[in-house]
Design a protein around this ligand. Structure first.
Ligand code: ADP
Ligand code: MG
Length: 242
């Protein structure tokens, strides 16, 4: 059963065709890694899957139900589709705990005590229990990104979308963030991950999608993607990373 299913998505910015007949589905419990050169449309695709970007044609289904593409219908499902960005976008004037509580209290209208309990257990699990009352400026980049992940997890999403979440981190902090994502994968979290960290992709992915110039040009089981002869475009992409 697909949690998210995008069918024949087209998207233009002005005259530029940024997504061309893109179809992908994410099965429950699956980790899908989306690769592709800069400008190939990865972020735009993720944003359409979260209703942050409108589409020109095609449709998006969530748990088999086609979403009418109004902002109102997106507001209902958006808490179910978590998204973590390269920039953590934490509120600087709120503590770590209050950053985490904001969505559940304001958007989901949940009870403060219940959410606080969940938030504290997530902070503990992700090694940030002692940072609950800190402000974002007091955290390292890796810690901020882990808070951003908790902020998504606390909403209990059915699927998480990660857009190059380690791209702006110092190398020593990349690992601590990838560890969190690996743990989520081993617990069966459904995820779509855009990353340029190839070793991580190899370890975590069930399936790989490779995009180029707005099109999906390869879709393969991770095992065969990394072992079979690479498409020339992939070879070129991989060599551009090093
Ligand atoms: P990627 O994440 O793979 O680097 P993007 O989805 O960010 O690619 O961008 C795909 C293409 O769409 C690029 O050519 C980019 O310049 C263009 N683009 C992205 N966002 C916008 C926007 N808001 N307005 C106009 N063009 C955009
Ligand atoms: Mg991008």
């Amino acid at each position: 059963m697909s949690v998210l299913d995008a069918q024949h998505i087209d998207k233009k910015f002005g005259e530029v065709n940024v997504l061309k007949d893109v179809s992908l589905s994410i099965e429950k419990g699956e980790v899908l890694v989306l690769l592709g050169p800069s400008g190939s449309g990865k972020s735009t695709l993720l944003r359409t899957l979260n209703g942050l970007e409108t589409i020109d044609s095609g449709q998006i289904l969530f748990n088999g139900n086609a979403l009418t593409l109004t902002e109102k219908s997106w507001q209902k499902v958006r808490p179910e589709i978590g998204m973590v960005f390269q920039s953590y976008d934490l509120f600087p004037n709120l503590t770590v705990l209050d950053n985490i509580l904001l969505g559940p209290l304001k958007v989901q209208k949940r009870e403060r005590d219940e959410v606080k309990e969940v938030a504290n257990s997530l902070l503990k699990r992700i090694g940030l229990a002692d940072k609950a009352t800190s402000y974002p400026r007091e955290l390292s980049g890796g810690q901020k990104q882990r808070v951003a992940i908790i902020r998504s997890l606390v909403m209990a999403p059915q699927v998480l979308l990660f857009d190059e979440v380690t791209a702006s981190l110092d190398p020593e902090m990349v690992r601590e963030v990838l560890m969190v994502i690996k743990d989520l994968a081993s617990e069966g979290m459904t995820m779509l991950i855009v990353t340029h960290e190839m070793n991580f992709a190899r370890q975590v992915a069930d399936r790989i999608i490779f995009m180029d110039a707005g099109e999906i040009i390869i879709e393969a089981k991770a095992v065969s993607f990394f072992t079979s002869e690479l498409h020339p475009r992939v070879t070129q992409f991989l060599s551009s990373l090093t």
